[in-house]
Design a protein around this ligand. Structure first.
Ligand code: AMP
Length: 189
């Protein structure tokens, strides 16, 4: 299996690049943000609770996202592998993911980290908010909160994956195709 953590702050281009990568490498895309938004849209109990946090730019509890991912991994373990997009976002999530994959005789091959500076992220997210209809992309204060959450809880995972020799940083600036090419070069090497 080829299991990739596609990493980076909100607005770095993870969703866009995931779509291209799943097409090229025939992987299953697991985005906790997408799964949570589907729960919100269906107004499930989980979705109603998650929305309160998402609208403030805060992370939802680890236990919630870990069990969501576990179900999807179980359902797709016979495939070529996974792209994890927006997960893991905390040390507890990263450890749970390693355990989960290990129990299935597989593991993360690499963490590809798209690196983009804060001001560029805010510009991109406000622009995306005009089309996406995502409430958390339309308010600069919420966007800044998401970036703060990323810097305090998620960015330290770079060290977690560096210590496993799996961290690859990629500049997330340039055209979609240029960035895609850089990602493919890392995967193929
Ligand atoms: P995203 O689409 O990845 O930017 O996620 C949108 C929002 O969903 C985040 O701001 C969080 O509130 C929540 N979320 C998504 N993935 C996670 C995760 N792995 N851990 C905690 N919260 C998450």
């Amino acid at each position: 299996m080829l299991n990739i953590v596609l990493f980076g702050p909100p607005g770095a281009g993870k969703g866009t690049q995931s779509e291209k990568l799943i097409d090229r490498y025939k992987l299953v895309h697991l985005s906790t943000g997408d799964i949570l938004r589907a729960e919100v849209a269906s107004q499930t109990a989980l979705g109603v609770e998650a929305k309160k946090l998402m609208d403030q730019g805060l992370l939802v509890p680890d236990s919630v996202v870990i069990s969501m991912i576990e179900k999807k991994v179980d359902a797709n373990v016979a495939g070529n592998g996974f792209i994890f997009d927006g997960f893991p976002r905390t040390a507890a999530q990263a450890e749970a993911l390693d355990k989960m994959l290990d129990s299935k005789g597989t593991g993360i091959n690499m963490m590809l980290s798209l690196e983009v500076d804060n001001e560029e992220l805010i510009k991109r997210l406000l622009n995306r908010g005009k089309d996406s209809g995502r409430p958390d992309d339309q308010n600069e204060e919420v966007i800044r909160k998401r970036i703060t959450e990323y810097n305090s809880k998620t960015a330290p995972l770079k060290e977690y994956y560096t210590s496993q020799n799996k961290y690859c940083g990629i500049p997330g600036i340039g055209s979609i195709d240029e960035i895609f090419l850089k990602l493919c070069t890392k995967i193929d090497s």
